[in-house]
Design a binder for this molecule. Structure first.
Ligand SMILES: [Mn+2]
Length: 378
């Protein structure tokens, strides 16, 4: 029995600067499902938002249904406690957990609707698939940081073949994102593969005797360089065999460094994709001018260099002839009761330059803000 594993399709993603990008997630889903398999597993963030438009839900179901062909497979859904909840036959079953994007605290979530239309919602469930062999999938949708350790206790001792989840894992997820990553040892033991969503790039790593496979997103949403420059892939799993398949014909992204307009033009012109790419330009280049120049050929996003931003902020302050002390006093007055000492520390750090500001942010994150005096005497 071959399983296709995709994740983070983010249907419903929109960018008002480039409305055409709303089609990308649909195309990503379509391209992924075109790769043949007996069952389909989705790692969460099927949708970009907790309450997708009805049109987007309908189109998503159309795409899934169109690709549910082939031999019927016997599907049995059990609770974690082993109680049978449902059982039916389905061609190429689509099994999913929710992600952090398409999750709701109250009133249920979109997967409660999808499961009425035949999608298998695997959160807190074991899904037993019987075809030419038997495959057991255990699902855990995204859990907010403060509850995750507690919820994972419910999974202790649970057995199966594939563990489908949407959560940051310690050792795989960069700390800079500020989320609480779960230690790999907390995942139940003995599964063949641990199939994760959430992280938007490719992972195939063994941690604590568990093999974690993350395909990343089938579409480009954020502009994080780590995410967008990686290929869009899905995994094909059969017994102990893992294949990674790249999705072709999708919009790609590039990061280009440029110190001025003509350098940006020269570098971007060298990209020869058939689909207009997303291009993140790092440098102090005028965004509107560049967007107009590449209209219809590339989707441009300019990210000014932070050091430059700081420099121009300081320049601006000196131009309007304001004293640093005045900046604090105005800020303090505006903040009123909400003023806290760390704010001054942060502002001073920011005015000193990028590195100093980062140092303050780091000390704040570690929850041990130093006093302003310490700051300036060190
Ligand atoms: Mn996601």
């Amino acid at each position: 029995m071959r399983a296709l594993f995709l994740s983070d399709t983010h249907i419903g993603f929109r960018d008002r600067n480039y409305p055409e990008r709303k089609e990308d997630p649909f195309l990503g889903l379509e391209k992924a499902l075109e790769i043949d398999s007996d069952v389909i597993l989705h790692g969460g963030d099927l949708f970009d938002v907790p309450k997708p438009f009805y049109d987007d839900i309908a189109r998503t179901l159309d795409i899934i249904k169109k690709h549910q062909k082939g031999e019927e497979i016997e599907v049995t859904i059990e609770s974690l406690e082993g109680e049978t909840l449902n059982s039916f036959k389905e061609r190429r079953p689509f099994i999913a957990v929710h992600g952090n994007h398409d999750w709701n605290l109250r009133g249920g979530n979109v997967y409660h609707v999808l499961e009425r239309a035949g999608i298998v919602y695997a959160h807190r469930r074991k899904v037993i698939l019987e075809g030419d062999e038997t495959l057991e999938v255990v699902g855990m949708g995204w859990i907010p940081d403060r509850y995750v350790i507690k919820v994972m206790e419910d999974y202790r001792g649970i057995e199966g073949d594939l563990f489908l989840f949407h959560q940051p894992v310690e050792g795989l997820y960069p700390e800079i994102y500020g989320e609480k990553a779960v230690p790999p040892s907390l995942f139940p033991k003995g599964f063949r593969f641990y199939l994760g969503g959430h992280l938007h790039w490719i992972v195939d790593r063994i941690l604590e005797g568990r093999r974690f496979l993350i395909p990343g997103s089938t579409t480009i949403t954020t502009l994080k360089a780590d995410e967008i420059t990686k290929p869009r892939v899905v995994y094909l799993l059969e017994k102990n065999n893992v294949d990674r398949v790249e999705l072709k014909g999708l919009r790609r992204a590039y990061v280009v460094e440029a110190s001025d307009f003509s350098m940006a033009v020269e570098k971007i012109s060298q990209i020869r994709d058939s689909v207009p790419p997303v291009v993140k330009v790092v440098g102090n280049v005028e965004e509107k001018q560049l967007r107009d120049y590449f209209r219809g050929r590339a989707l441009i996003y300019v990210k000014p260099v932070v050091g430059e931003e700081m420099r121009s902020f300081k320049e601006h302050i000196s131009r309007i002839n304001i004293d640093e002390e005045d900046v604090f006093n105005i800020f303090k007055e505006k903040m009123g009761d909400r003023w806290e000492p760390w704010m001054e520390e942060f502002l001073r750090g920011a005015m000193e330059g990028e590195e100093e500001a980062m140092e303050v942010i780091r000390s704040l994150r570690e929850n041990k803000p130093r006093t302003v005096t310490d700051w300036f005497s060190s």
